[in-house]
Design a protein around this ligand. Sequence first.
Ligand code: ASP
Ligand code: MG
Length: 434
Amino acid sequence: MQPLPLNVFKFGGASIKDASSIRNVASILKSFSGQRLVVIVSAMGKTTNALEVISRAYADGEVELAKQKLTELHNATLTTVKELFGKTPPTLEASLNDLFVSVDWVFDDPPNESYDYDYDQIVSLGELISSHIVAAFLNHEGMPTHWLDARDCIITDNTYREGWVQWPETQTRIIKQVPPVLEEGKMVLTQGFIGSTTENFTTTLGREGSDYSAAIFSYCLDAEAMSIWKDVPGVLTADPRLFDNVSKVDRLSYKEAIEMTYYGASIIHPKTIKPLQNKSIPLHVRSFVEPTATGTEISDEAGDNYPPMVAVEKNQALVNISTRDFSFVAEHHIKQLFEHITTTRLQVNMMQNTAISFNIVVNDIDDRIERFRKLVNAEFKTTVDRDLELITIRHYTTEVANSMRRGKVQLLEGRMPLTLQMVVKEVPVMSRKA
Ligand code: ASP
Ligand code: MG
C-alpha cells in the first residue's frame, strides 16, 4: 500500500520571533490538522546572529563576554516562554536549561583549532531552542507533536559550517524515523539548518540553511509538496526592503528559481530547489500573515513569460589578479588560482578575464580573501575592492538596467541573453567644504 501523501512545512526565524508569532504558527498548523505534516523550524528571530557574536567572542578569548551574552539569550528565551505559556512548563524549562549549560561548558575549555567546528557546536543551539519551544507549545495546544532531533537524520561530512549532505545515509535514517511517527497520527517537528557527522559531531548547512533541510526531508519522504511560510506574499520581482513597485510572481520554474536564488534573491536558500526538482515536488512560498492567500508555486509547469526580476547580493569583493611578470594569464595560471580558490573556500559569483588580468567577484567572508592573497602572493599581484553589490537582473530591460545603475559606480558587467549582471559601488556622497 502506498503511504498517504505528506507535506513539509518550513517556518523561518521571522515567523517564530516572539510569543504572538508562535501562536500564529500554531493556528496555521491547526488549520491543517488531520494531514500528515513534517514541520521544520529555524532559530527564533535574530538568534543565529546573536549566537554568531557569542561564538566569535569565545574564539577571540573573550570568554566573559561570551558567557554574558549567552545568559542574556537564555533570559530572553525564558521571557518568551513565559509569555507564551503563561506559566513555564517545568520539562521545557529543564530541557532549555540543559541546552544552555551544554554551551556554557564549552566555554570552560580553550577554543578548538578549527573555528568552524566551534561555530557549529555553538550556533546550532538556536534551532534546538526554538524547536523545543514550538513542539511543547503545539502539544500544549492539543496538537500531538513529536520533537525529532535533525542530527539523527541529516548526516553530513565534516565540512563545518557548510556540511555536505550524505544522501544515502540521510535517506535511510529519515525513512526509518519519520513515517512511524506520522502513522501514530502525530506531527513531526524538527530543526532546520543542523545535521551531524557520522561521529555525532554537530554540523550546520550554511546560513539560511533551514530551507535546504526542509527540501532534504521532502526529497527523502517523497512529499506531495513543500511550503515555506514567509513574511512576504510569495516570490517577488525584487526585495521589497530595497525597491518600490515590486510584484508577486505567481508561478516560477525550478530553473528560474535556481538562477535567482543563487545570485542572492534571499527568498529561498539556493540549495533548496535541486532536491525538489529531482522528484518534481512543488514548492510553495506563502505568507504566514495571510495564510489562506495563494503564494508562489515553483514547479516544472511554469510558463516562461517572466517580468524582469532583480536580485542583489551585498558584501561582495572584486579581486583583480595579474601575473607579477606581466605575462598573459594563461590556462595553467587559472588552474592554479582555482586550486587556491577552492582551498580558501572563496565563493565566486562572477569572473572575467583580460589578457593580463583575471577578475573574480566573491562573497567577502571572514578572512578568506586575505588567506587567498597570501597563497598566491609569490606569483600574482592582487588588488581588492570591497563593499560592493552584485546586481543580477533576469529578463532584463534597458529601463530596469538603467534604474539599477542610478547613483552607483559600475565596476564590472556581464551579459547573457536572459541575464544581466553588474558589480556596483555606492557613489560616495560629496559635500562642499565649509
Ligand atoms: N537559523 C539559521 C540562520 O539564521 C538558518 C535559517 O534560518 O535558515 O541562518
Ligand atoms: Mg531564511
